[in-house]
Design a protein around this ligand. Structure first.
Ligand code: UD1
Ligand code: UDP
Length: 354
């Protein structure tokens, strides 16, 4: 069987790594990189660190508006699919690359498998929510990471082809955490001591493209007076400059603004942080897996288990709530990582495909 894997953005490289390794034992895999992310630290570094095979096709789509970006991908993925005639197209998560891959395939009557199916924020203003709802509704195999995801699909009438597999990001973390602890020098490089700093990431459109929200978040970081390590996504760096906030951040003695880091450094930064502030989906989960309290800079989350179990708190872009959570939020009890599988989701997915 021939499988075309379509990826393009940072979290997709991390998600595909364990699946691709397993998939290649049984199938021919063709990797299509849409080019949605392209800076070294958003792209290449993950292929190098995680030994992901070189993409067979690089579409070089790059940045742009949603319509432009998704449209260019759709056109170019279709060309590849017509040429390669795969039996299946595999897509991950909820980015524009996910939707373009799924749509190109279904229109050519090629089966679609969606890894991380069934996640919902129930907020259609999020581009990711639109991408995942549409992708799920055209998929033949829906690999749901959690029971909540299975329920969400069920509630939308999707019952055929749904499999509870566990989360491939948990697989990735388990197989890389020891390597990260051994290889990463990031704490030394940045002069950090374990549990003496907070870690922050921000990149969601609702926070970056909204001046007030980004300003609130930055002011909360500064006023908290805690040492905050902030590996900023290029989108966030762009808006910090556009809103003239960059100087304020650079001047703040308690904020350590750095470029995005690789996966191994990120795992070490996460594990050693006292708390994590983020609007990232993946980082919320990793905080939970690593037992680090998470303050989520959003009103809603798809990863409800992390909130229900008391390890994650939703504060939006509300300055006072962020500061209060930084000072006071403490987890209530245990983490139950089995809710995200047993670290063998990739094997389960490939077994189902076989
Ligand atoms: C995308 C996904 C989001 C995911 C995130 C992971 C969509 C709609 N959004 O958001 O779901 O959580 O990736 O990180 O697909 N840029 C660079 N260099 C890069 C990549 C981006 O400078 O390598 C800048 C460009 O100015 C670009 C902006 O970041 O316009 C946004 O990039 P884009 O891929 O459109 O969305 P993300 O915010 O990265
Ligand atoms: N990540 C990374 N370096 C960074 C920030 C994040 O390696 O500087 C990793 C993080 O550990 C997680 C993934 O990227 O595995 C999350 O991706 P992102 O936050 O870009 O997107 P989301 O999960 O919100 O879609």
């Amino acid at each position: 069987m021939k499988v075309v894997t379509v990826v393009g953005a940072r979290p997709q490289f991390i998600k595909m790594a364990p699946v691709s390794r397993e998939l290649r034992k049984y199938f021919d895999e063709i990797i299509v990189h849409t080019g949605q992310h392209y800076d070294y630290e958003m792209d290449r570094i993950f292929f190098e660190e995680l030994s992901i095979p070189e993409p067979d096709y690089h579409l070089g789509v790059g940045s742009g508006s949603h319509g432009y970006q998704t449209g260019e991908m759709l056109k170019k993925i279709e060309e590849v699919l017509i040429k390669e005639k795969p039996d299946l197209v595999l897509v991950y998560g909820d980015t524009n690359s996910t939707l373009a891959g799924a749509l190109a395939a279904v229109k050519l009557h090629i089966k679609v498998a969606h890894v991380e199916a069934g996640l919902r924020s129930f907020d259609k203003r999020m581009p990711e929510e639109v991408n995942r709802v549409l992708t799920d509704h055209v998929s033949d195999y829906l690999f749901a990471p959690t029971e909540t995801a299975v329920e969400n699909l069920y509630n939308e009438g999707i019952r055929k082809g749904v499999y509870l597999t566990g989360d491939v990001m948990y697989d990735a973390l388990l197989s890389n955490i020891k390597i990260a602890q051994k290889k990463s020098r990031i704490l030394e490089e940045l002069g950090l001591k374990s549990k003496k700093y907070l870690l922050a990431t921000v990149h969601r459109a609702e926070n970056t493209d909204n001046r007030k929200n980004l300003e609130n978040i930055i002011e909360a970081f500064i006023e908290s007076n805690e040492l905050i390590v902030f590996p900023a996504h290029p989108r966030t760096q762009k808006y910090l400059k556009a809103y003239n906030l960059i100087e304020k951040v650079k001047k703040a003695e308690n904020i350590l603004l750095i470029n995005p880091v690789g996966y191994l450094d990120m795992l070490v930064l996460e594990e050693n942080a006292r708390k994590i502030l983020t609007d990232s989906g993946g980082v919320q989960k990793e905080a939970y897996f690593l037992k680090v309290p998470c303050i989520t800079l959003r009103e809603k989350t798809e990863w409800v288990e992390t909130v229900e179990d008391g390890w994650n708190i939703l504060v939006g872009a509300d300055k006072e709530k962020i500061i209060k959570a930084i000072r006071q939020f403490e987890p209530a009890g245990e983490t139950y990582t089995y809710k995200f599988g047993n670290g063998k989701a990739s094997k389960k997915i490939v077994k189902i495909l076989i």
